[in-house]
Design a protein around this ligand. Structure first.
Ligand code: AMP
Ligand code: GLY
Length: 425
């Protein structure tokens, strides 16, 4: 079969890499892809948001399965368009992707279906939001309702900061239309984990556990990013915790979405906060996490393609997933300036030496190719991902590879996975 992956980041590189290993697959296409992805799949120059052109392409090439990476096209209705044309596609429809596309919808949904989450209020007028902040005091979290590339969340520890967050989002329109409505939320403390499950709208099949590192600097300092590294598995998710997550969060969410007339198919990714055994949902995403997908897929023994097909065809109930007992770690190498305005076009050295390390895969998050040379082309540039017998081994493998890669202004965290070690001891 032929598979089309949509997107261009490290997540899509990992998906294309894993899908290409399936004995069922003759060819993988990626739109638009990247310099790194073009080494393992054929890239097509169509933007991930141009879903009519993408569907035309899938028809012309007789693509058997399309897999959507980022949330943008999902919330715009790419799945609806493909399904209308009788094309098989992995991901939720527009009305179900709203669980990520509108934070107000997601929180109201959780409240209605008694899914554990922090308290919240939504506002479409800045004055009322500011009054509410004065009333409840800090700490609190101010969020733009719509998609804001992971940046529409401001955690506030003092009052002027919180009032300023409302001004930035609603009055200065920092995130455009995404900030027409805002949420003010309870600040949750604890350990943050990423929980992914495949679902065909009925059966819910969890993936291995993983943990992201959102802050840009070591020891979780500095501003939030799209994710500076991740590892799998995490000890924060024990067997009983996993059971609770399935019974109290994932299954009720899938049942609730069906009851709302918004049946959910694809992968559901819950960002969770765990504190003293109590689990609360921070947010839902309608797609695979990035970078989490990189360490997850490195550990997945099963063929991913029959699993994706079972989701699309509504046959997930009979499926299981095998994982390597090994641990995996992904370290994101970023451009100077990221997560703010960042440099581009720096020449990357050492990629081949790093890739030669046993147990290492280098996924490209933002690169371009010029005259055979690989240049930086995004904020997050590479996801260097390695396996080890345990987390300590995976950290050692991965950083050995990271240290072989250089470019002007490269930066990365040196403590990915270290929290897991502290727990293990
Ligand atoms: P979100 O896009 O809603 O996941 O928010 C991005 C990041 O902000 C999360 O991964 C958390 O690290 C942090 N965050 C979001 N909501 C809260 C909250 N209610 N309490 C504490 N931290 C939060
Ligand atoms: N790793 C965070 C995200 O994919 O949203």
């Amino acid at each position: 079969m032929q598979v089309l992956v949509i997107g261009s980041g490290g997540r899509e590189h990992a998906l294309a890499w894993k899908i290409a290993q399936s004995p069922k697959v003759a060819k993988v296409w990626v739109a638009p892809g990247s310099a790194g992805i073009s080494e393992i799949a054929e890239c097509v120059e169509i933007s991930a948001s141009d879903f009519r052109l993408l569907a035309d392409f899938a028809e012309q090439k007789r693509i058997d399965l399309t897999v959507v990476g980022p949330e943008g096209p999902l919330t715009l209705g790419i799945v609806d368009e493909f399904e209308r044309r009788g094309l098989r596609i992995f991901g939720p429809r527009k009305d179900a992707a709203l669980i990520e596309g509108s934070k107000v919808f997601a929180k109201s949904f959780m409240k209605k279906y008694h899914i554990p989450t922090g308290f919240f209020q939504s506002f479409d007028r800045a004055e009322e939001a500011k009054r509410y902040i004065q009333e409840i005091g800090v700490p609190l979290v101010v969020k733009a309702d719509g998609l804001a590339a992971g940046k529409g969340v401001i955690v506030c520890f003092d009052l002027p900061e919180a009032l300023d967050a409302v001004k930035k989002i609603m009055e200065d329109r920092l995130f455009g239309d995404a900030g027409e409505r805002i949420l003010i939320e309870e600040y949750l403390e604890g350990e943050e984990v990423s929980f992914h499950a495949l679902t065909d709208g009925d059966a819910v099949l969890p993936l291995a556990s993983s943990q992201d590192h959102k802050r840009v600097f070591n020891d979780d300092q500095g501003p939030n990013t799209g994710g500076m590294g991740a590892y799998s598995p995490t000890r924060a998710i024990t067997e009983p915790i996993q059971q609770q997550i399935m019974e109290r969060i994932m299954i009720p969410t899938i049942r609730g979405m069906a009851a709302e007339g918004r049946p959910y198919k694809g992968v559901l990714y819950a960002g969770l906060m765990i504190r003293a055994g109590e689990i609360k949902v921070l947010e839902f995403n309608a797609r695979f996490g990035d970078p989490e997908t990189q360490p997850l897929l490195l550990r997945m023994k099963s063929d991913l393609v029959p699993l994706l097909e079972a989701v699309v065809d509504g046959r997930l109930r009979d499926q299981t997933i095998d994982w390597m007992p090994d641990a995996s770690v992904c370290v994101v190498m970023a451009s100077r300036g990221y997560p703010g305005p960042y440099d581009q076009g720096a020449l990357i050295a050492g990629l081949e030496e790093a890739a030669a390390e046993p147990g290492v895969m280098i996924f490209h998050a933002g690169t371009s190719c010029m005259e055979g040379q690989i240049l930086t082309g995004g904020g997050r540039v590479l996801g260097v991902t390695g396996l080890g017998q345990d987390i300590q081994g995976a950290i050692a493998t991965t950083y050995r590879a990271v240290k072989k890669i250089h470019w002007e202004g490269a930066h990365y965290r040196t403590d990915i996975g270290v929290r897991a070690l502290a727990k293990a001891s």
